[in-house]
Ligand binder design. Structure first.
Ligand code: ADP
Length: 303
C-alpha cells in the first residue's frame, strides 16, 4: 500500500487505571480512566471514523485486566498494542470528596503499566506507521529510567520515519523521586516532540515560568515546532514556528468538574490539527470540547 492510502493511526501511550468514584450512601462506582486514556477516548470521538485510535499500555492477565481491555475495545479503541504481564495487575485510584474538594489516593506502585516500555521491539512495531504518537509526563514518571530512555529512543526513531510526536508534560511531582529528575525527564521528552501541550499552572510551579508565553518559549527552545500552553479559563499561549498567538477560550457558564479538561483539550486540538485545521480553529476545537467536559462530572463524559 502506498503511504497515503494506509489507514491513519493515532497512538496514545500510558497508563489506564481502575477509578473508584464516590456515590451517595458511601458507595463507589467503578470505572476506568487515566490521562492518556482520556485523550485517546476523546480523540476517537473527535477524529473521522476511518482513523484508528490505539492505546499502548500493559495490563495483567487477571479478570480486572480483561475488563479494562474490554472497556478500551468497547470505547472504539484499538487494543492490539496492549501487553499482558502475567505477574502484575492494573493500578487503581480512589476519589474522596470533602465538600467540593476532590482528593485522590493511588495504588499503582507495581502496576503492569510500569512495564509498558520494557520491550523495545514491541514499541517499535506499535509505533511503525503511526501518524501521531501521544504521551504525557505521567507516562514517563511511571517508567524506570532505563525504560524511559528506551521509549524516547523509539519515539525518536518513529519521528525520523515521519510520525508526529505530541507530549503533555502533565507534571505530577508526587510521581517523581525529586523535582530535578522530573524537570530533566520532561525536558528530554520535549526534545523529541513536535507538539508540546503543557498546562501553565503546573509549569509555573515546577519551572518558575512567569506567564504562559514563557512556558511556550521554554519548550519551543527545545525544538518543538508547536507549543500550546493552556491556562484554565485564562489566555492560551500558542507558539507555532516562532509565531506567538494569545487566545482566550470562551467562558464556561458552570464549570462542574475540571477533571480531564487538559486531556480532552489535547484530543480535540490534535484531531483538528491532524485533519488540516489551522491553529485558531484547532484551539477553538480544543476549548469547545474541554468546555463540554468540565460542564459534567467525571473524566469521560458522553457528549
Ligand atoms: P488541566 O485541568 O488539565 O490543568 P487546563 O486548566 O490547562 O487543564 O485547561 C485546559 C483547557 O480547558 C483550557 O485551555 C480551556 O480551554 C479549558 N478550561 C479549563 N478550565 C476552564 C474554565 N474554568 N473555564 C473555561 N475553560 C476552561
Amino acid at each position: 500500500m502506498t503511504e497515503h492510502l494506509k489507514p491513519a493511526r493515532f497512538l496514545s501511550i500510558g497508563e489506564c487505571m481502575v477509578e473508584m468514584a464516590p456515590q451517595a450512601g458511601g458507595l463507589f462506582a467503578m470505572g476506568f480512566a487515566g490521562d492518556t486514556l482520556n485523550t485517546a477516548w476523546y480523540a476517537r470521538r473527535a477524529l473521522p471514523p476511518e482513523w484508528t485510535v490505539g492505546y499502548l499500555t500493559a495490563v495483567g492477565t487477571d479478570r480486572i485486566s480483561d475488563d479494562m481491555v474490554g472497556f478500551i475495545e468497547d470505547s472504539g479503541l484499538d487494543s492490539s498494542a496492549i501487553a499482558r504481564v502475567p505477574e502484575r495487575t492494573v493500578g487503581l485510584y480512589l476519589i474522596q470528596l470533602s465538600g467540593a474538594e476532590r482528593s485522590f489516593a493511588y495504588w499503582r506502585d507495581s502496576s503492569a503499566a510500569r512495564l509498558l516500555a520494557a520491550d523495545a521491539g514491541r514499541l517499535r512495531a506499535a509505533l511503525d506507521g503511526a501518524r501521531l504518537a501521544y504521551l504525557s509526563g505521567i507516562t514517563l514518571a511511571i517508567l524506570s529510567p532505563a525504560d524511559r530512555a528506551v521509549l524516547l529512543q523509539e519515539l525518536t526513531r518513529a519521528r525520523a520515519a515521519g510520525t508526529l510526536v505530541a507530549f503533555d508534560p502533565n507534571l505530577r511531582p508526587r510521581l517523581w523521586p525529586d523535582a530535578p529528575t522530573m524537570r530533566d525527564a520532561v525536558t528530554r521528552a520535549a526534545q523529541v516532540a513536535d507538539i508540546v501541550l503543557p498546562s501553565f499552572d503546573d509549569e509555573a510551579a515546577a519551572f518558575g515560568d512567569a506567564d504562559p508565553q514563557a512556558t511556550a518559549r521554554r519548550y519551543a527552545a527545545r525544538g518543538a515546532g508547536l507549543v500550546v500552553a493552556k491556562n484554565g479559563a485564562g489566555e492560551v499561549a500558542a507558539l507555532s514556528d516562532g509565531q506567538m498567538t494569545l487566545w482566550t477560550p470562551p467562558a464556561v457558564a458552570q464549570p462542574v468538574d475540571t477533571t480531564a479538561a487538559g486531556d480532552s483539550f489535547n484530543a480535540a486540538f490534535l484531531a483538528a490539527h491532524l485533519t488540516g485545521a489551522g491553529l485558531l480553529e484547532a484551539l477553538q476545537a480544543g476549548a469547545a470540547l474541554a468546555g463540554k467536559v468540565i460542564g459534567q462530572r467525571g473524566a469521560l463524559v458522553e457528549l
